[in-house]
Ligand binder design. Sequence first.
Ligand code: UT7
Length: 335
Amino acid sequence: MKELDIGMAITGCGSATPKQIMTNNDISHLVDTSDEWIYTRTGIKERRLATNNLSLSDLSAEAAVKGIAMAGLSPSDIDLIILATSTADDLFGSASKIQNILKAENAVAFDLTAACSGFVFGLITAAQFIYSGVYQKVLVIGGDMLSRWVNWSDRTTCVLFGDGAGAVVCQRTTKNNHLLGFAMYSDGKQNQSLNLAYNFQAKFLKNGMVVNQGNYQFLTMKGKEIYRFAIEKVPEVIENALSKAELTVDDIDWLILHQANQRIINAVAKKLKIPSEKVISNVSKYGNTSAASIPLALDEAVRSGKIKSGNIVASSGFGAGLTWGAVIFRWSIEV
Ligand code: UT7
């Protein structure tokens, strides 16, 4: 990627998860499944689920507060908030609600929907605003509560998902550009593979006209198709982003994939020939938290001291749309 006068650095991260833990054994009391099936097929042991009084906005704000503190900023320093989510508290969006909770009165805020690719797409979007010189300090949040939308009687989906939020602060820098390369794709031909679709229902008005007054259905997924798609496309998109960064697989210190399934993570790492010591995974503790999964894994790895300043991270999100993307960035607290 060509040298820029203005670059961006990720200067802070944070995450938050609900307190309620549901283990695989707990799920086996709801549907016909077992810890053995779930763990061997997915690597998941447990997930966090929001109770009825926890909003996505509150959980996201909790993650954001930690990220802003790590960056050494206060909420009023933030210029832009991008909330990547598919499960906003309000169909009109939840980013403004988060702006209010944070008291980030100088920030404009909007939602971005790209399912499990949402955080990667949000990070790339933030970079464009920084490169153009429009904004200097951008908060990118990935937050989802898919427990609201899974059918708790469908064992093929309800065992997979959990709730969470993660956030990063991106800042303008003129020293170095730490977002080294990226690539993003969509393929609407495969849209039917993973949906949380609106259920059309006619309502006939007194004047003879008709409008649509349906509601959203539960999440549906053709698991095998998504699995095959991920294993084919994720290594490709990472290699593409690496070549834009003029780097090779050997330059990667850490691989953080969307945490959907340990088997997908292993297969992608194997295809790219990335040793398991460089692969970050927390899918066993949280399941698939959609847009939250990458910043949640990043935050845990940074706070545990695994990821250190200067390390190069390759990250890829993939999911509904279908959408997929990758970013290669250098972790750096310094602006
Ligand atoms: O974030 C978006 C991205 N999403 C993903 O990346 C998900 C990608 N897909 C996957 O991770 C995997 O396809 C799943 C974990 C969803 C499923 O694993 P699989 O190895 O593809 O299993 P399967 O769907 O082929 O099901 C195998 C068997 C079936 O039984 P039969 O037809 O062989 O008798 C299922 O009915 O397992 C059965 N099954 C279950 N059994 C116990 C499906 N779900 C369960 C369950 N417990 N929860």
